[in-house]
Design a protein around this ligand. Structure first.
Ligand code: 5GP
Length: 204
């Protein structure tokens, strides 16, 4: 069985990454979303083990010590990390695994998994992002301010990704996401094994 594809999926907070990815995951049973571990408190409606594994800083440090995280980063005052086991198991089973992570973690994955696909979701404008972040209403203004500053830093890193999807219209962006994953799977560097096998076939 061929291995699945690791897909690193980033974009500033409030850009609508989750909203864009949800219909993709519903339509593609061969794709899964990695559930991260975080030291941040749950937002209203978030469930432990579903959106995140919500843990203490001590527990998080233990996980790092045991080598249980594929990558981790500090973001906006909290720690976030990708549990290694689920990702490695699913990839081995041939599933595509999305890591919805911020840019520092993404760059770590680039070093350890250069074969991963890197997708960045971009807001159509700064004004739209600001409006989306303020409109969520779940966070105090200083948190929104911190997230906007972080967004500025993240957008500067977008050029390090393989693909950029501008989320101006959900349906159009969804189509781009479909196209990007298909295109990524057809990249020559990913199909070298297939080419080698065909090269060994007898000529007709
Ligand atoms: P939020 O607190 O809004 O859920 O997430 C804040 C940021 O942390 C987002 O950009 C999100 O993609 C990122 N993030 C979530 N999980 C992880 C993770 O496991 N590793 C890293 N590096 N970033 C993560």
């Amino acid at each position: 069985m061929s291995k699945g594809t690791l897909i690193v999926y980033s974009g500033p907070s409030g850009v609508g990454k989750g909203t864009l990815l949800l219909p993709y995951l519903q339509a593609h049973p061969e794709a899964a979303l990695s559930v991260s571990m975080t030291t941040r408190s749950p937002r209203p409606g978030e469930r432990d083990g579903v959106e995140y594994y919500f843990v203490s800083k001590q527990r998080f440090d233990e996980e790092i010590g045991q080598g249980g995280l594929l990558e981790y980063a500090q973001y906006s005052g909290n720690y976030y990390g990708t549990p290694r086991r689920m990702v490695e198991e699913k990839i081995a089973q041939g599933k595509d695994v999305f890591l919805e992570i911020e840019v520092q973690g993404a760059m770590k994955i680039k070093q350890t998994f250069p074969e991963a696909v890197f997708i960045f979701v971009m807001p159509p404008s700064w004004e739209v992002l600001k409006k989306r972040l303020t409109g969520r209403g779940t966070e105090p203004p200083e948190v929104v301010g911190r997230r906007l500053a972080a967004a500025q830093d993240e957008i500067h890193m977008a050029e390090k990704y393989d693909y950029i999807i501008v989320n101006d219209d959900l349906e159009a962006a969804g189509k781009k996401l479909e196209a990007v994953v298909i295109a990524a799977k057809c990249e020559a560097r990913r199909l070298q094994e297939t080419v080698r096998q065909l090269g060994g076939m007898p000529s007709v």
